[in-house]
Every structure is written in C-alpha cells, then in structure tokens.
Design a protein around this ligand. Structure first.
Ligand code: SAM
Length: 222
C-alpha cells in the first residue's frame, strides 16, 4: 500500500529537488539535456539503508561491496563532458548503484553497464525492471576489457579510477567517439580525462580533479 502524500511532504520534496538542481548548476552543470535527465532520476531510489535520507546531498555515499554512489555534481559534470546524443550506444564501466546508468539512459539510445560485483548488478537489474528502464543492459564482469561483442561504442564512461585509460576501452571507441575516465592512483587525487578518438589517434583533455575508487581487474567477491 502506498501512503498518500501530505501537502507538507509535497512542499518538502519540491524544495529538495529545487535545491538539488540548484547545487548541480552552481557546481558547473549547465548543459540543459544533462540537467533534464538528472531531474528525471530520483537518486533516492538508488540508495538503501541508513544513508537513504542523505540521497539529495551533493556527496558520494557508501553502497554495498565497499563501493560508492558518486557525488551528483560529479555525475553531472561527467555526463555533460560525455555529450551523449539520442542515437548513441554507451558503455558504462562501474555500475555501482545504477544511478549514473539511469541518467545516461535518458540521453542515449542504449546503455550497457558492467560491474565486477554480482552483488551490485543483481539488485540494479531488478530496480531497472521495476522502474521500466528498458534501454539499459546490466552485465557482471571485468569492465576493464570493455564489451567487445557490442563494440564500437559512441561513448564510454568509466566510473572507477584507472592508472591510464584502459587500452581495450580505447580500442572499442568509434572514430569521433568520446570516453570520460578518471585517471591516477587510487589513494591520491585523480584527473578526470576526456578522450576523443580522431582519424589520427586520440585527443586528451584534462577536465577536473576527482576522487574515485580504483578500477580493479578480475571479478569481485560474492
Ligand atoms: N556509477 C556508479 C553509480 O552511479 O553508483 C558509481 C560507481 S563506483 C564509484 C565504482 C564502481 O566500479 C564500483 O561499483 C566497482 O565495483 C566498479 N569497478 C571497479 N573495477 C571494475 C572493473 N574492472 N570492472 C567493472 N566494474 C568495476
């Protein structure tokens, strides 16, 4: 049974959403398509347990398997840098809570998201079924090797830090495609890098300092 919302609750939800969107804009998320996509996705649906009431704060929060759901403004800045168009096939490495994939699904034709922890991908798959996210495929595996059977991708987003942009992911990016990836040591501040595949090779642009959990080769523990 669902509990009817009171006027007070309505106001609180609306205010909370307004504050959330205001914070995104004030942290540099200006792209209208990104903001519209983020307005449609309720971050509260992707966080369970006692951190659920902090879902609308601009901070990373713990999820299962010692992982994190990224900070909303960083999700916004990464999504904006990826410049996804409605025809794009996108690969996300690092499903985590599923929040970033849900945002991407409002911008892309098709989203593939992969995580090394089945304990994360199983509930995310269910969540996407429940909320009718029909253009997302959730896979379990080592995403540092990409997804050769679906390559090439128009866009690739890596949400865990690699020491360098992984070679297999660069190889699976189509010409003209964009990859956004945090690069650096896991215990230090990393750089968010935008890689564009050109006819001659790859262009690299440093976007901003970030802190992500590491990209780890191999499958996670059940
Ligand atoms: N995008 C997520 C979200 O919206 O909640 C946040 C991702 S979290 C910061 C990083 C994720 O990368 C973790 O869930 C972790 O298990 C995953 N990861 C780390 N190494 C990986 C690998 N080699 N292949 C796939 N996933 C990996």
């Amino acid at each position: 049974m669902t509990t009817p919302m009171t006027d007070d609750q309505d106001t609180t939800d609306a205010e909370r959403k307004m504050q959330f969107m205001y914070t995104l804009r004030s942290k540099g998320v200006r792209d209208v398509r990104t903001l519209t996509a983020m307005e449609k996705v309720d971050r509260g649906q992707f966080i369970t347990g006692h951190f659920a009431d902090r879902a609308y704060e601009d901070m990373p929060l713990p999820i299962a398997c010692g992982q994190t759901i990224s900070q909303p403004s960083v999700v916004g800045l990464m999504t904006q840098a990826l410049n996804v168009s409605p025809r794009d096939k996108v690969l996300e490495v690092g499903t985590g809570s599923g929040y970033q994939a849900a945002v991407l699904s409002h911008l892309a034709r098709r989203v593939y998201t992969i995580d090394r922890h089945a304990r994360l991908t199983r509930p995310v798959r269910k969540l996407f079924e429940t909320y009718d996210y029909t253009n997302i495929t959730v896979l379990t595996g080592d995403g540092s090797f990409g997804l050769p059977e679906q390559a090439p991708f128009d866009r690739i987003l890596v949400t865990a830090a690699a020491e360098d942009p992984p070679g297999p992911l660069l190889a699976q990016l189509r010409e003209g495609g964009i990859m956004v990836v945090p690069v650096g040591q896991s215990d230090a501040v990393q750089s968010l890098i935008k890689v564009t595949r050109t006819p001659e090779g790859f262009d690299y642009e440093e976007l901003l300092p970030v802190r992500f959990v590491p990209l780890i080769e191999g499958m996670g523990q059940e």
